[in-house]
Design a protein around this ligand. Sequence first.
Ligand SMILES: [Fe+2]
Ligand SMILES: [Fe+2]
Length: 258
Amino acid sequence: MAERQDIHDLSSSEFLEKVHSFEVWFQSVEGYLSGLEYGHAENAVDDPMTDVDRERLISVLCNYCVGETAALEGASGLIRIAPNRLAKIFLSTQVVDEGRHLEVLLHRMSDLGVADPEGEIARRASPSLVAFKRRLLELVDFGDWEAAILAQNVILEALEFAVFRRHAETADRITSEVLYGIVKDERRHIGFGENELGRRLRATPRLSTRLLAVKRELDHLVLDALETTARSIGVDVGERETLARMYLESVRRLGLEG
Ligand SMILES: [Fe+2]
Ligand SMILES: [Fe+2]
C-alpha cells in the first residue's frame, strides 16, 4: 500500500508533508488509543491506595495538568504565528493531543475523589511550573516562533517525557497506563521541535545565541519543577540527577550548551 511507503525513502519536503499530517497522526494514535476509556482499559478498578499516596498522586497530577495546559494554550497560540501551513497542521494535531492529555489527567483526578480540580490545581501547582507557563505564553504572544518552539516542543516536552516515563514505571496500574499513552504523543511533539529548530539552527547558526539565552532563563524553573515532582513520585537523589541530565541532554542535542 502506497501509504505504507518507508518514510526514510521520502525526499525532505515529502517527509515534512507526511509527518505534519493528520494522516500520520491518526495512524499513530489509533494503535494505542482505540478501545480505551479516558486513556486506560475500560472498567479498570483502582488497586488499594493509602490516603498519603493518594494525596501525593493528586498533587503530582495537578502539576501535570499545569504542564499540559501550558502545551495546549501554547500550541494553539503558535498556530497563528507558524511560518508555514504544514507547521500549522502539525500544531493542530498537537492541540488535539494536549487537550486529550488534560482531559485524561482531570478524569484521573476525579477518579481519585477530587471534586474541584481547578481549585486543587491552583492550590497545589509548583510556582516554578506556573512561572514557566507564563513565560512560554509570553514568548508565543510576542510572536517569537523559535524561542516558543524551544520552550514548548523541546524544553517542556523533554521535561514531561522524562518525568511521565519514569512515573509510569512505578505508578498504580491506571495512572501508569494513562501516562504511557501520553508519553507516546510527547515523543512526536519533541520530534517536531527538534526537526524544526535543527533546520533553522543549521541555516542560521547565530540563532543559537538567542536560544541559549532562553534556555538559560528557563532551566532553573524546569529543574526546580523536575526536582519537586520527582521527589513526590519517590525518585531518590541519584535518579533525580539522572532525570535532570536526560532533560539537559535533549536540549544539548540541538547544540545549545551552557
Ligand atoms: Fe502533553
Ligand atoms: Fe506534548
